[in-house]
Design a protein around this ligand. Structure first.
Ligand code: GLU
Length: 425
């Protein structure tokens, strides 16, 4: 079961464990190591919003800026009850490594609001979003820190952020600022294909994995944790590649069908069921604790952090875990999976399709261009394949696992920037 509690176990500790393992292997410059072991800025804002019933509630929002040696801070905003400083620090750090590994000119940031958005009306969510944006003020900006969607934050929410931020600028300058946020709806300056980019990237990474293992995704069985934006689109592209979805879990429960679950049909069910998979008639429901033990080739965790731990890792039968979510496997379980010979496509590589497409959106806005969906997906595929090659080569060179190899690639790029530029003053 995707629980709130299981997300709360020291996410930042998890990142630091991963970082230190890689830093030790490459003998990272000690000054750079000190800098990268800390975040640059940690912002907490408390802001009042009038609810539909006329009462005022004060909300708490976060934005952590981990590092900007390679470019402006970049990363999502999530609306979830688990959002706190620890989560924001961890997620911001992962963005630094994700963007560096992808070779795009960004640093890492992340934040959000500590709320359960399902408890608020659309009008309330709009006011919460606009007031949060206003509270962040110039701590975000198109050349400084660029938010994007994450858990429970939609293109609509991005459009409200853009509109609010732009409204605070002078009329003459306003239109220059639409790239303050990415993941906007297409009509509001968004990028064709940004909605499916993360899921598409997850499947590209699995295709590369299959190729490496001299196989393909055709007829492979897989299970999926999380049926939000990433999980849904991943399942659509898995189906296009002939893979069979046999189990799905979300916060409402777990379902199974050995003959396959049609992703579009399941999506239609969730549309009329408050987004939940529970009660889907063409599959059987089963106990949540048995989910990871399903016999399958591929596991895609695409929900929250710290879902795979020493309490359930030993049940995993899949040959490969593709981390669609950020930090779905804790450090201990990660090491054990490597020991068990399970391949892990690490989050900072596997789900980087989202931020790579965000980069394309940012370029599109900055240059006044309009990219087609085909262009976006083919450029995205090219970048994901390039990262995979570098990751595999680095893993060989250092005789290490793919997660550590991904960190090595990412850290070395930032290390170079510091060494070449020096430390001000
Ligand atoms: N929230 C996504 C992530 O974790 C996307 C971030 C972005 O596009 O800036 O990578």
């Amino acid at each position: 079961m995707i629980t709130k509690e299981s997300v709360k176990m020291g996410m930042y500790d998890n990142v630091m464990h991963q970082f230190n393992k890689a830093a030790n292997l490459i003998d990272l410059n000690p000054s750079v190591r000190k800098i990268l072991s800390s975040t640059n800025t940690e912002i907490v804002v408390h802001f009042p919003v009038k609810l539909d019933n006329g009462k005022v509630e004060v909300f708490t929002g976060y934005r952590v800026q981990h590092n900007n040696a390679l470019g402006p801070y970049k990363g999502g905003l999530r609306y979830h009850p688990t959002v706190d400083m620890d989560a924001a620090k961890a997620l911001a750090s992962w963005m630094t490594w994700k963007t560096s590994l992808a070779g795009i000119p960004y640093g890492g940031g992340k934040g959000g609001v500590n709320i359960d958005p399902s408890k608020y009306s659309i009008a309330e969510l709009e006011r919460i979003t606009r007031r949060f944006t206003f509270a962040l003020g110039d701590n975000i900006g198109p050349e400084h820190d660029i938010p994007a969607p994450d858990v429970n934050t939609t293109p609509q929410i991005m459009a409200w952020i853009a509109d609010t931020y732009m409204s605070t600028k002078s009329t003459n300058e306003r239109s220059k600022y639409s790239h303050v946020v990415t993941g906007k709806p297409v009509a509001a300056g968004g990028l064709a294909g940004r909605d499916r980019a993360t899921g598409y990237g997850v499947v590209v990474s699995l295709k590369e994995w299959a190729k490496l293992r001299k196989s393909s995704l055709k007829d492979k069985t897989y299970i999926l944790q999380g049926f939000g934006n990433v999980g849904y689109w991943a399942s659509i592209f898995m189906a296009e590649n002939g893979a069979k979805l046999i189990g799905v879990q979300d916060a409402s429960g777990s379902i199974y069908n050995k003959d396959g679950i049609n992703p579009k049909d399941l999506f239609n069910h969730t549309e009329s069921n408050n987004g939940a998979i529970a009660g889907y008639k063409k599959a059987t429901s089963f106990p949540n604790q048995d989910f990871f033990g399903i016999d399958c080739n591929i596991l895609i965790p695409a929900a929250m952090g710290n879902q795979i731990t020493s309490e359930n890792d030993f049940k995993i039968k899949a040959e490969v875990v593709a981390e669609g979510a950020n930090g779905p496997i804790d450090s201990e379980a990660s090491e054990r999976l490597f020991g068990m010979g399970v391949d892990v496509l690490p989050d900072i590589y596997c789900n980087s399709g989202g931020v790579i497409a965000s980069y394309f959106e940012w370029l599109q806005n900055r240059n006044g261009e309009m990219w087609t969906m085909e262009e976006v997906l083919s450029k995205l595929e090219f970048k994901m394949k390039d990262s995979f090659q570098r990751l595999i080569e680095t893993a060989k060179k250092y005789n290490t696992d793919w997660r550590t190899a991904a960190y090595i690639q990412a850290i070395q790029r930032v290390e170079q920037a510091y060494i070449q530029r020096g430390i001000f003053p």
